[in-house]
Write a protein that binds this ligand. Structure first.
Ligand code: G6P
Ligand code: ZN
Length: 542
């Protein structure tokens, strides 16, 4: 095998964000762009020699080309083995599982998650560590540092390999195993849940629609829901992964999964609706006529997890990202287990999961998961919901109502202001930070501020610290507003405004907008968001 050494120059925009490096596809396709980042990743982990890696992606445009490049670079560095999903496909949670199962050194996952795919859309690459979870900040910092100094990289001068046939091949001395992307994951799910009870649910006439949004979960959902659990054929829609996700936006929320939402709010609604994102780690759960917010889903899953075999003995703790509502905190209190509040990004759950301090984690951004892998897991959440419905003999709406009755309701919404000029967004955040000390005691829109801070986190396991993770404004009467800049956008800045109002008793069926109106007004006044951004309404509301 001939190895070529290619001279290159550093790109100054390869700083990984919340979830790896995410850029326009055309940026990734520029000469040396992908190669530089891959080489920097290998540098950051002290090379690839003798190591095993997992490799796959969500099937978006450029997925296959990127896989061939990474294989050739790994071979050039003397990697021992690459485990690749057939067709280049691996959902993020399935990749996490494979890393753990094969005790691999890590994995390369090609995805821009829920961002659109195609030559004029987005592409991404993230590296997961040996625990199966997203690279921790120390590692992403080393990767970034290496991208800034790179001068050359090595790549094997060999033909592309066939990604479509399961089996073993070699590239030089490196063994390549092309594996069924679904099989191991499906076995893992069968070991966690009461498949017999879920099968009985479907046999008893339970109906469902799972929208795979033309992304990676199609094959997983077909195999598990329809072929294994007996859901009717046609339960899974948009189940064939497409390079451009059918020109859609594979983000499972009421905006981007609007067809599913419309169906679930209509008379023709099946018993449950669900969707997952580009790379299969996010989920959306909808009942007949009712949507489950991700923050509530986390709380409801945690409260009922003991009904599934894997969590029968209870959970050790819950973790949620800071902007996620406090609904889960109330469940943790009731169960007598700790609830950790971490910065946004699944990577912050890794140490807690590894140390056994938490069993279930979740985020407002439609991610829920457990210690079974080190990523959030869309189908896992759907299956746990099904297991709970089967065990309780209740509908989605009944589980929701029962939960609010018992724990109270955290009314919640996220307002996104997208593609804001970065300088304007930064100025608004600075304006907020400058006011923090003076805010407590002030009243806006009838709400009095009790506390205002810039969220900082010290990891209780490894002691690492993360500052400036979002501005939190707490108000008397159980309201909270949070401002954060997204770490996953590819254009300008996205301001996220998270609004929450807790109601303990009584009024659990009011309109969300109405319940959040006061806290929204207070947040807009304090931040001066409309003036700073020139926007009078959010682009997306979830
Ligand atoms: C990715 C990460 C999540 C995170 C989400 C939101 O999906 O995996 O852990 O919550 O991005 O990030 P953003 O910075 O855009 O709010
Ligand atoms: Zn995702």
């Amino acid at each position: 095998m001939t190895v070529k050494t290619i001279s290159t120059t550093a790109f100054n925009d390869q700083k990984p964000g919340t979830s790896g490096l995410r850029k326009k596809t055309r940026a990734f396709m520029m000469a040396n762009y992908l190669e530089n980042y891959v080489a920097a990743t290998f540098t950051a982990i002290d090379g690839g020699a003798g190591k095993t890696f997992v490799l796959g992606g969500d099937g978006r445009f450029f997925n296959r080309d990127a896989i061939q490049t990474i294989l050739k670079m790994a071979a050039a560095l003397g990697a021992a083995r690459m485990i690749v999903g057939q067709g280049g496909l691996l959902s993020t949670p399935a990749a996490s599982h494979l890393i753990r199962r094969h005790k691999a050194h890590g994995g390369f996952i090609l995805s821009a998650s829920h961002n659109p795919g195609g030559i004029d859309a987005d592409f991404g690459l993230k590296f997961n560590a040996a625990n199966g979870g997203p690279a921790p900040e120390a590692l992403t910092a080393r990767i970034h540092a290496a991208t800034l100094t790179i001068e050359r990289y090595d790549i094997a001068d060999v033909p592309d390999i066939n990604l479509d046939t399961v089996g073993q091949t070699q590239m030089g001395d490196m063994v390549i195993d092309v594996v069924d992307p679904v099989a191991d994951y499906s076995d893992l799910m069968a070991s966690l849940f009461d498949f017999a009870a879920i099968r009985a649910l479907f046999t008893g006439g339970f109906t469902m629609r799972f929208d795979a949004m033309h992304a990676v979960t199609g094959p997983y959902a077909h195999a598990i829901l329809e072929d294994t659990l007996g859901a009717a054929k046609g339960t899974v829609v948009n189940g064939i992964p497409l390079e451009d996700f059918g020109k859609g936006h594979p983000d499972p929320n009421p905006i981007w999964a609007s067809d599913l939402m419309a169906l679930m709010m209509s008379d023709a609604a099946p018993d449950m609706g669900a969707a997952s994102d580009g790379d299969g780690d996010r989920n959306m759960i909808v009942g007949k006529g009712t949507y489950i917010t991700p923050s509530d889903s986390l709380a409801m899953l945690a409260a009922n997890a003991h009904l599934a075999p894997a969590y029968r003995d209870g959970i050790t703790g819950i973790a949620r990202s800071m902007p996620t509502s406090a609904a889960a905190d109330r469940v943790a209190d009731a169960l007598g287990v700790p609830c950790f509040e971490t910065p946004t990004g699944w990577k912050f759950f890794g140490t807690l999961l590894d140390a056994g301090r938490v069993t279930i984690c979740g985020e407002e951004s439609a991610g829920t998961g457990s210690h079974h892998v080190r990523e959030k897991d869309g189908l896992w959440a759907v299956l746990l919901w099904l297991n709970i419905l089967a065990a309780r003999g209740m509908s989605v709406a009944e589980v929701q109502a029962d939960h609010w009755q018992r724990f109270g309701r955290n009314y919640y919404a996220r307002h996104d202001y997208e593609a804001v000029e970065t300088a304007r967004a930064d100025k608004m955040m600075a304006h907020l930070r400058a006011q923090l000390d003076g805010l407590p005691g002030q009243s806006h829109a009838g709400l009095t501020v009790t506390k205002a801070d810039d969220f900082a986190y010290t990891d209780p396991v490894d002691g690492s610290t993360s500052a400036a993770q979002g501005i939190r404004l707490f108000f008397e009467g159980g309201a909270r507003a949070v401002f954060r800049l997204s770490g996953t956008g590819t254009e300008g800045a996205t301001i996220r405004l998270y609004l929450e109002q807790f109601v303990s008793e009584g009024n659990h069926a009011a309109a969300v907008d109405q319940m959040l109106d006061a806290v929204r007004q207070a947040a807009l006044t304090i931040s001066d968001l409309p003036a700073f951004t020139g926007r009078d309404a959010p682009d997306v509301q979830t």
